[in-house]
Ligand binder design. Structure first.
Ligand SMILES: Cc1cc2nc3c(=O)[nH]c(=O)nc-3n(C[C@H](O)[C@H](O)[C@H](O)COP(=O)(O)OP(=O)(O)OC[C@H]3O[C@@H](n4cnc5c(N)ncnc54)[C@H](O)[C@@H]3O)c2cc1C
Length: 560
């Protein structure tokens, strides 16, 4: 630990702790440059070292104004450090430094240790990213001992599907919030102040103190600063879907000068955004969380000038002359020269008695990583044998007492990548049950029991269970394109060579050329990613197809 030469005047301290010496030094340097006169900047390279420094400061009777802690530190995480630091300096403002947009960590921290802010590393230039945050915290600290920092609050019922959806929506859109249960004293106080009660949950209270009672995603998006309305009414390119394929298309479209708007019904990132760790994406030898990867892509698209609309559901496509018009669920429309359909796939529901009713109340489709901290000490059931299920099992095993993988086939090897099968084998608290199916679920308020059947013997077994995560294959939601865009029998969109059968171009095709490689049966409407028939279901291929579709859009526009 090093300190600035301390004149023995009682300047309050700003303490920063990061296990990477270079990062630690550079945070301290940036802090000293701006606050050195009024504050003593103390730096440490581990949680225990920083706690020693705090104890020293305490004994000297000095004050600490702000604590900045790195989230990922080997011996003691930033959260653990902040928790202990709070016992010593409860009024110090707290900042968590995260390597990327590690929203889960940040949200967990906000709930666990009352973090005031999380900062993404790197914070260059500090004038834009670091100083405004620290200025605001110092201001708060100077003015009042425990003045609450503005934040979005969600009040809801622990086992309510609507509350879960709201929290998931905020988390996946990288909006930090604090979660209060309706039956806790502070939750009840907030509900009373909002003029609501447990029956009207969830209630969201925005940073500026406005209560929203059971808001829709679109209302919520608007109030927390996500864009929902296009700035223009005609574009070169509308991208439908904000997963890797759509984000890839938006980055390439906007960076190559196309007036591009991307429309996403829920949260950008798509399936990849829910992945706890993607290990096979080029350029990330240590893996990367889907949220980090797709948040970077989102920022890249915005940087290049793409417009991103969130919480807007596209329900129709019309052709008006050369214009391609997409229709939203509220009847509004958006027109462009071209459209890229990148709507991916969604998990199929498992048709088992009891499961459907308990969705969002202990039964979750997909990774639902917001729930991970709540699984601590419980058994978690992960249903499915593909990579997504494997990743989820490894992830939840860090939180749960035990993870049981329920796999229909007789081995994981056939359906899962080798590296994941190996990882699973190395985790002690994962149990793999092959030849097994979920056949029933029960629960009043929330999931309480599931019944499993061994398909080899026919034996059934009912176990106490509060958490089931299902990854059981996916389907494209393309019904809204039926009759206009050619689809295969399972609803995946056909494109390019797949449309030309026996030398015949698709029905209604009017141009004097074959459809381009990723062009659908409607000229100027392209497809990319998982929703394309016979596509490879991978992040890299989705991104690649998004980029390639943009090249074909250019080719189409040249001849328009
Ligand atoms: C948990 C999990 C882990 C995975 N891990 C890996 C991995 O490690 N490596 C790997 O290569 N692949 C992995 N995959 C697969 C990979 O994430 C997908 O192949 C990839 O996300 C497909 O991208 P996409 O853009 O085509 O579709 P999606 O990711 O499905 O995105 C489609 C988007 O379109 C939106 N949308 C759909 N319909 C509409 C509409 N009508 N209006 C507006 N928006 C709409 C959806 O909300 C969604 O956000 C994983 C998938 C999951 C679920």
């Amino acid at each position: 630990m090093t300190e600035q030469p301390a004149a023995r005047v009682t300047r309050p301290a700003i303490l920063t702790v990061d296990d990477d010496p270079n990062v630690s030094r550079s945070v301290a340097r940036d802090l000293r440059r701006r606050y050195g006169e009024g504050y003593r900047v103390v730096r440490a390279e581990s949680g225990p070292e920083a706690l020693d420094a705090l104890r020293e400061i305490k004994l000297r009777g000095d004050e600490v104004a702000v604590l900045l802690a790195d989230y990922r530190m080997p011996r003691m995480s930033g959260i653990e450090f902040l928790e202990e630091a709070m016992d010593l300096f409860p009024t110090a403002r707290r900042v968590l430094l995260t390597a990327y947009a590690d929203t889960d960590a940040a949200i967990q921290a906000i709930n666990v240790v009352d973090v005031d802010h999380y900062l993404l590393k790197p914070w260059d230039p500090p004038e834009e990213k670091l100083y405004p945050v620290v200025d605001a915290l110092l201001d708060t600290w100077v003015r009042s001992d425990r003045r609450p920092v503005p934040e979005t609050k969600v009040v809801g019922d622990r086992w309510s599907a609507r509350s879960y959806k709201m929290r998931d929506f905020l988390a996946r859109n990288q909006v930090p919030y604090r979660w209060y249960m309706a039956d806790e004293p502070e939750g009840a106080r907030l509900l009373a102040a909002a003029g609501a009660d447990a029956s009207t949950c969830p209630v969201v209270i925005t940073e500026d103190g406005q209560p929203l009672i059971q808001p829709t995603n679109a209302e919520l998006a608007e109030r927390v600063g996500l864009s929902t309305t296009p700035s223009g009414d005609f574009y070169d390119l509308v991208v439908v879907g904000g997963g890797p394929a759509g984000l890839g298309a938006a980055v390439y479209g906007a960076s190559e000068g196309l007036r591009t708007v991307l429309v996403e019904r829920r949260a950008t990132g798509g399936q990849a955004g829910t992945s706890s760790r993607i290990e096979n994406y080029l350029g990330f030898p240590d893996g990367v969380s889907g949220a980090q990867l797709t948040d970077r892509a989102r920022r890249q698209a915005v940087k290049f000038g793409a417009e991103l609309l969130t919480a807007r559901d596209v329900v129709g496509l019309d052709l008006r002359g050369s214009a391609r018009v997409v229709r939203f669920d509220d009847g509004a429309e958006l027109a462009a020269h071209t459209v890229i359909l990148a709507t991916g796939v969604t998990y199929r529901m498992l048709d088992v008695p009891g499961l459907r009713e308990l969705a969002g109340r202990g039964v979750y489709y997909g990774a639902a990583t917001t729930e991970a901290p709540n699984c601590a000490g419980h058994d978690v059931y992960v249903v499915g044998g593909a990579n997504s299920a494997g990743q989820a099992a490894v992830y939840f095993a860090q939180h749960a007492r035990r993870v049981v993988m329920v796999v229909r086939g007789d081995t994981l090897e056939r359906s899962m990548s080798h590296y994941l099968v190996q990882q699973i084998g190395e985790v002690d608290n994962i149990e793999v049950r092959t030849c097994t199916e979920v056949v029933a679920a029960e629960g009043e308020d929330h999931l309480e029991k599931i019944t499993l059947r061994d398909s080899a013997t026919g034996d059934t077994e009912t176990a106490e269970a509060h958490w089931v995560f299902l990854f059981i294959g996916a389907a494209p939601g393309t019904e809204w394109l039926a009759g206009l865009v050619e689809r295969d029998p399972r609803g995946f969109l056909l494109a390019g060579p797949d449309l030309v059968v026996g030398g015949e171009r698709p029905r209604g095709w009017t141009l004097d050329r074959d459809p381009y490689h990723l062009e659908t049966s409607v000229p100027g409407v392209f497809v990319a990613g998982d929703v394309r028939a016979e596509s490879v279901k991978r992040v890299a291929s989705a991104v690649g197809e998004g980029a390639m579709a943009v090249t074909l859009v250019h080719r189409y526009l040249e001849k328009l």
